[in-house]
Write a protein that binds this ligand. Structure first.
Ligand code: GPW
Length: 838
């Protein structure tokens, strides 16, 4: 990369902050200088990708000044820092969001306009850094945004996967996974930091020795190691000069591949070590709410955790010599159990490398780590075979073993002779390392992500732990960032809200409650309707371009976008579409408001039922969309490659938000909040954060249906649910279920959807029939959908409800969530970054 002189733009931007003038001329000059220096091109002959790079470099220059200033404050003030440790950060595109948070989006958009460049087209050049699967990874990204905006010192710690979430192509209705080479053109918003490299060791054995003072030492021998190299991404706070860092780790071979090893006869070992570095961060595991005990996954976990802790301790040591002060300066928040090896790694470093006693090390560790649980799904519980764990991390395993030994003693003290308690709570049991148990035992805080979820943790899933450590348990209901999901995603609605209630909502979402005053206003309702329609036209255009399907922007846009999972019940949604189609065919003049059912979802590559559901949705779409006899009343669209960037377009355009998980299964959900923020009405179960949305917005403005979580859980405990009874007693539902296997949607292969049929009625070995209560909830769902049909016809009532949803969304900002984490768990102080004189 050549050196680029970018000073003019940043200087001008700072002038802009002073006298409110933005020099488009200087900005354009910066962009054209960048094009010249980077590509030997002018604006006229640059490609869109080159323009994107040049614009991003210009923006990065501004960010750099604030980033330097923020790091300087952190160095000087030495505040307590949160290290948010997560296997996933689903960031979405950076350029547009950074411009929003620099409060420079409009100015840059206009400047680009003047040279005939469309900012949307430039933004579309950026790949989505998709270093995450779904909700959990996106939550981490929203948290980073809120931390910076609230001015809290924070590092995100994660992995720089060379391939993020796969790109989804739909071919003949089937999902095909295509590698996502997001780094191929170079990513402008990352900074390689080779000066903060660390070694991470795998395998070998532990050598014990005694020194002259009679003290025991443990040393890992004959290991393979890789070099962890961090790349920092700037996290720009909203209009406050604060720029935090996301550190994502790349793996490099320690010495490169050297002939030296060959000479020593260690050729094989050198090859292995080289391959380890190459494979380690190659790809994100594409599973959501499901783990497979793959050795490479554990390697990834230890790799980023060890490197992050080493960097955190190095930072700490710049200011401190006594590690007992660590809990006052650092907290490690573990995003689910994926980084839980942090507990043992921190212990290892404190005991083996810093020579603290076990008790001192344990005291420090247990005041530095905290754990967030994101699911009660059994298949998402991480358990590693001891054999793998011990072979890969021999010294870390010894430490886990000792943590376990001491904890089991504690259990026995409290519950003498109660082997059941040991069975359920021990960290090592049945040949397995149970990561959640270690996270709870070591963590000083254990939190769920919505009220209902936390209650289920306390009363069911983690009840034994709750009984032992009630003080650890707390709730932190999830939230989302309004900067991305309103300011950036929906500029029309954002501007409208600002006109009505001022711009305060950008950093205080509860300000939108002032919109209540407009809910009954015919003018406001009309304005809202026009904005919603414009956003529907925008999505219709996207669908036309990507799917070739014409959709009617005056139909109800009914949307379910999220990972494909049986508990999320996309199958129930499409069965209901099939049901509606049957009804319209039987009675073409029935009362029916035109509806477009929109789906977007990626299925884990090996998840058969999920993939079949995608095929079913596409097959149903083919039949319905091509049936001229229904007069376009019903359309079905499957949006290919659902990701953060198209999510922004989709949320803005939705009328109806489908949040239909089996009650008790969706820990929180966050898409539900993004729809609400954009004025969609929710049809949903009393699950996850839906419950709290209902508390905020009220029964009149939401469509609730289905079994409660208590009902679901008691059926599960009593094993007394029989879907065949439901099937036998509901002729219309029976017809729909039969259509899965009678060729209606698969004329060439009647067996194509047999597995889905079987999952409902005819469980295969080891399965439970209709595990997610689709048939049980179907009628109640159909009734709620009927209510939507009727309600939408009353334009004024619908728009009023939509406005009330927006007005009551305040609680669901991740700013509120982060403030609660800070108050109850992290105890951080805000920093202020002043750019005057820079
Ligand atoms: F299984 N979530 C997710 F708990 O997106 F680890 N992926 C996951 O692997 C897990 C949870 C895990 C989601 C929850 O399903 C969702 O309900 C929640 O809103 C989100 O995490 C953020 O808390």
């Amino acid at each position: 990369r050549g050196s680029i002189n970018l000073l003019p733009f940043s200087a001008i931007r700072r002038n802009m902050m002073r006298d409110n003038t933005f020099s488009k001329k200087v900005f354009i000059k910066t962009v054209s200088d960048n094009l010249k220096n980077k590509y030997r091109k002018t604006i006229d002959d640059a490609t869109q990708q080159e323009l994107y790079q040049a614009v991003s470099e210009a923006v990065k220059d501004v960010i750099m000044d604030e980033w330097i200033a923020t790091q300087r404050v952190m160095d000087k003030d030495d505040p307590k820092v949160v290290y948010y440790m997560s296997m996933e950060f689903l960031m979405g595109r950076a350029l547009g969001n950074n411009l929003i948070n620099l409060s420079a989006y409009k100015e840059v958009k206009e400047a680009l306009n003047e040279i005939g460049v469309d900012i949307n087209a430039i933004e579309d050049q950026e790949p989505d850094p998709a270093l995450g699967n779904g909700g959990l990874g996106r939550l981490a990204a929203c948290f980073m945004d809120s931390l910076a905006t609230l001015g809290y010192p924070a590092y995100g710690c994660g992995i720089r996967y060379r391939y993020g979430m796969f790109k989804q192509q739909i071919s003949d209705g089937f999902q095909i996974e295509v590698p996502d080479n997001w780094l191929k053109d170079g990513y402008p918003f990352e900074l390689r930091r080779p000066e903060y490299c660390y070694e991470v060791k795998f395998g070998g054995y532990v050598q014990e020795s005694t020194d002259e003072n009679g003290e025991l030492h443990f040393e890992q021998k004959d290991y393979q190691s890789v070099l962890a190299v961090p790349y920092d991404m700037p996290i720009v706070g909203y209009d406050n000069n604060v720029v935090n860092s996301l550190m994502i780790w790349d793996a490099e071979p320690k010495n490169g591949f050297s002939l030296e090893s060959f000479d020593q006869g260690d050729y094989d070992k050198a090859v292995e070590q080289e391959n380890l570095a190459r494979n380690l961060v190659e790809v994100l595991y594409p599973n959501d709410n499901h783990v497979k005990g793959k050795e490479l996954r554990l390697k990834q976990q230890y790799f980023f955790v060890s490197a992050s802790i080493q960097r955190a301790l190095a930072r700490f040591k710049k200011h401190h010599s006594d590690l007992k002060d660590l809990p006052n300066k650092a907290v490690f928040q573990m995003n689910d159990t994926h980084p839980t090896v942090a507990v043992a790694e921190l212990m290892r470093i404190l005991v083996d490398e810093e020579h603290l006693s076990w008790d001192d090390a344990w005291d420090i560790t247990t005041r530095c780590v905290a754990y967030t649980n994101h699911t009660i799904m059994a298949e998402a519980l991480e358990k590693w075979p001891i054999e793998i764990f011990q072979r890969l991390l021999p010294r870390v395993y010894q430490i886990v073993d000792e943590i376990n030994r001491r904890f089991v003693m504690q259990i026995n003290e409290r519950y003498p002779g109660n082997e059941d308690k040991v069975r359920k709570m021990a960290i090592l049991y049945d040949g397995q390392v149970k990561m959640a148990n270690m996270a709870i035992v070591a963590g000083y805080s254990v939190n769920g992500v919505a009220k209902l979820h936390t209650e289920i943790l306390k009363n069911q899933e983690l009840h034994d732990f709750y009984e032992m450590f009630p003080e650890k348990f707390n709730n932190k209901t999830n939230g989302i960032t309004q900067r991305r999901f309103l300011a950036h995603a929906n500029p029309l609605l954002a501007d409208w809200a600002t006109k009505k209630v001022g711009a305060g909502w950008i950093t205080d979402l509860t300000m939108l409650s002032k919109l209540k005053a407009y809910a009954d206003s015919p003018v406001a309702q009309q304005e809202f309707a026009e904005i919603k329609r414009a956003n529907k036209v925008r999505l219709a255009k996207y669908i036309k371009e990507h799917n070739g399907i014409d959709v009617n922007p005056d139909s109800i846009f009914d949307v379910q976008v999220k990972r494909l999972h049986e508990y999320k019940r996309q199958l129930m949604n499409i069965l209901h579409v099939m049901y509606l189609y049957n009804k319209i065919k039987e009675n073409p003049s029935m009362d029916f408001y035109p509806r477009t059912f929109i789906f977007g979802a990626k299925a884990a590559a090996g998840y058969r039922n999920a993939k079949k559901t995608i095929k079913l949705i596409n097959s149903v779409a083919d039949v319905i969309n091509n049936d001229a006899s229904i007069d376009g009343k019903l359309k079905v669209v499957f949006i290919e490659d659902y990701k953060v960037s198209n999510a922004e377009i989709i949320f803005a355009a939705a009328d109806v938000s489908e949040q239909i998980s089996t009650a008790s299964k969706e820990a929180s959900g966050t898409g539900n909040m993004k729809f609400m923020l954009n004025g969609a009405l929710t049809i949903g179960t009393m699950d996850g954060a839906n419950v709290e949305m209902f508390d905020e917005v009220g029964a009149d403005n939401m469509f609730i249906f289905g079994m409660s979580s208590d009902e679901v859980i008691s059926h599960e405990n009593r094993h007394d649910y029989n879907p065949v009874d439901v099937y036998n007693n509901d002729a219309e539902l029976r017809k729909v279920v039969n259509q899965l296997v009678d060729g209606t949607y698969s004329p060439n292969d009647h067996e194509l959807f047999r597995e889905l049929y079987n999952s409902l009625l005819n469980p295969q070995q080891g399965q439970v029939a209709d595990r997610y209560f689709i048939l049980a909830d179907f009628r109640s769902y159909a009734n709620a959908q009927q209510k939507i049909n009727d309600y939408y016809k009353n334009k004024s009532a619908w728009r009023k409800s939509a406005l009330l949803n927006i007005a009551h969304v305040g609680k669901f900002s991740s700013d509120r969530t982060i403030q609660e984490y800070v108050d109850d768990i992290w105890h951080l102080d805000r920093i202020t970054v002043n750019m005057a004189g820079v």
